[in-house]
Design a protein around this ligand. Sequence first.
Ligand SMILES: [Zn+2]
Length: 403
Amino acid sequence: MIRNALIFAGWLIDGTGKPALKNVIIKIEKGAVVKIVKSDSESKIHFQKTAKGYADFSDYTVLPALVDSHVHLSMSGTPDLKVRQHQLEADFEEIKPVIDAHIYNHMSYGIVAVRDGGDHLGHAMRYRNQCFDFQKMPLHMKVAGKAWKRQGRYGKLIGRSPQKGETLAEAIQKELLELYPIRPDHIKIVNSGINSLKKFGKQTLPQFSLEEMKEAVKVAQDHDLPVMVHANGYEPVKIAVESGCRSVEHGFFIGEDNFKRMADYGTCWVPTACTMKAYANTLQPESPEACAARKYLEHQLNQMALAKKLGVQMAVGTDAGSMGVNHGHAIIEELRLFMEAGFSLEQALSCSSKNGAHLLGMENSEHFSVSNSVSFFAVKGSPGHFFENLEKKLIITDLGVTC
Ligand SMILES: [Zn+2]
């Protein structure tokens, strides 16, 4: 984190969604941005002469660090089914270096925080508890531990079900008390199935009733924990939103009524659109499954445009660790898809940094404050070359200039 600095930026994207500014000087004092002023070559020379901690990023676009709001750190995005199966069964010692590598990958694309959506062995949470060294790898990890699902329904790869005779709320409460004082950063509940590649648009029934979900969200809130809900289809999303969850994940076929509800309630949507694109790319291009995956993607992009129009808060999450979705790199795919859905580059980046930080509850964190962000990073070139140069990793993540 930068404490004190003067940074000359060729371009600044400030994280609010407003258009990039050209040639600015950013003044940072005691870890907070105190001034952003337009510059010209004369004032640049003046600053060079007078400032001790002056940093010249005139060939760079400076912007707030990114947040990936939906990942699975214990799984890699490889399409190799043998590796995937092995990772699902591997013990913690074997998965530790895998998570190390994923964290490194995120950081190398300017990502400073991730929100994990769960794994059935709880490796990501154990990693956070036992191995995570923020000094060595300064990435903020928010973890769910094991997700919750209904017995016999989708989700066994990322979680488990309440015991027989136990409600969802009782199961969550019991586990939180057992884990105390260690606990997850949020609760993840699976409330639908996944997209059917055999029958485009087929919706699955909710896994939990509104009553069950409300009780579960109440328990989580009593422990000060937000709830993220995997939900596709109108009914599962409606229940999730009305239960008071913090975010809807994936949300294929949410529908306009639900968007209106989400805008009213302030529920965040994490569309993970790149999953369908990545999945299609792992299949034979003309196969019916690949065609279906591409149709889901197209449908999702239309939904994203509608959600934007209706004022739904949206965050950028990739579902990294899913088939074909690689940790770190996938943020480029998802940001590009936000733009295909009608967001400007600046608006898409704001969904990642500002909305992501808000969703992760990090706005007031000492290390990450978007409105006054000092977790800046710089990507070579103008915003027009943003993706190309981020892809080449022509970035500087530590602008650490002190004076
Ligand atoms: Zn996921």
